[in-house]
Design a binder for this molecule. Structure first.
Ligand SMILES: [Fe+2]
Length: 268
């Protein structure tokens, strides 16, 4: 089975993103897997889906953090997947955050994921302030403030933290993986997460603020899911830097779209 994978197309950036979406749509593959952050505004998101829907094969999608900013009617964890599934259904994309999918002997599992601070290491020898956190507790407070007051002020259940959302997405991913491993037809699994599973994917910072951004990039807890023996390929995004690192036997590719590497093709 041939799979074309790409994340972080960011259609709101205009012509170069549109050209890349058309290039992706023209690929000959059985499956197109879009790994989140298609756009942070509805018009650009739909423009991207329209262009990508020219792909002649099965189309799958898992969400990125920017895609969540499109929500209008539902709070996170309260039918937010159903709302975005409705948008994706129009263009014949299957939303993996909502449900996994089995095609022949391959199970596809995907989720936005989130961060839990486990990839964060403070820098030695710098003070810690709220505007430039440099210890775990301050970083947690800062990330919670940003999540609640800036990013999703109207889209959260009461007292909901980024760590609650991490647990929600993690449990969904784990349950979907379990469902696929128990499916009688599934020999191989492709697992997608928008966030990253290890510090290998990060550019370790040289100042506390740069380093704090790594707090928000993902979680090492994903490693145990990726290491499942049936997972033959894992794709991630979010950092905007293509890369490959293996977790046990599983290759993990960051499929963030760039001018140099606009997408990746895999044969499994
Ligand atoms: Fe992202």
């Amino acid at each position: 089975m041939r799979i074309c994978c790409v994340s972080d197309l960011h259609m709101e950036r205009g012509v170069s993103a549109q050209e890349r979406a058309d290039l992706v749509a023209s690929q000959e593959a059985d499956v197109l897997l879009i790994g989140g952050d298609l756009a942070d505004e509805r018009e650009a998101f739909e423009e991207g889906l329209k262009r990508l829907s020219a792909f002649r094969g099965k189309k799958l999608f898992f969400l990125g953090n920017n895609d969540l900013e499109l929500l209008e009617d539902n709070k996170l964890t309260e039918d937010h997947e159903e709302e975005l599934k409705g948008l994706l259904d129009v263009y014949d994309f299957h939303l993996l955050d909502h449900a996994p999918l089995v095609l022949e002997d391959v199970g596809f599992v995907g989720n936005c994921g989130w961060f839990d601070g486990s990839l964060y290491v403070p820098l030695e020898g710098h003070p810690s302030r709220f505007d430039a956190p440099n210890d775990m507790e301050m970083a947690r407070r800062r990330a919670t403030y940003y999540f609640q007051e800036r990013l999703f002020p109207t889209l959260l259940p009461a007292s909901f933290t980024p760590f609650d959302f991490f647990e929600y997405t993690y449990e969904r991913l784990q349950a979907h993986l379990q469902e696929c491993t128990e499916h009688p037809d599934v020999e191989k699994i492709v697992l997608g997460i928008h966030h990253v599973p290890s510090r290998d994917f990060l550019r370790v910072g040289t100042d506390p603020w740069r380093n704090y951004l790594d707090f928000c990039m993902g979680s090492s807890r994903y490693q145990s899911l990726i290491a499942h023996p049936k997972v033959v390929l894992s794709v991630v995004g979010h950092t905007h830097r293509p890369a490959r690192f293996d977790i046990e036997e599983t290759p993990v590719y960051n499929v963030s779209s760039t001018r140099e590497i606009p997408f990746r093709i895999f044969d499994i």
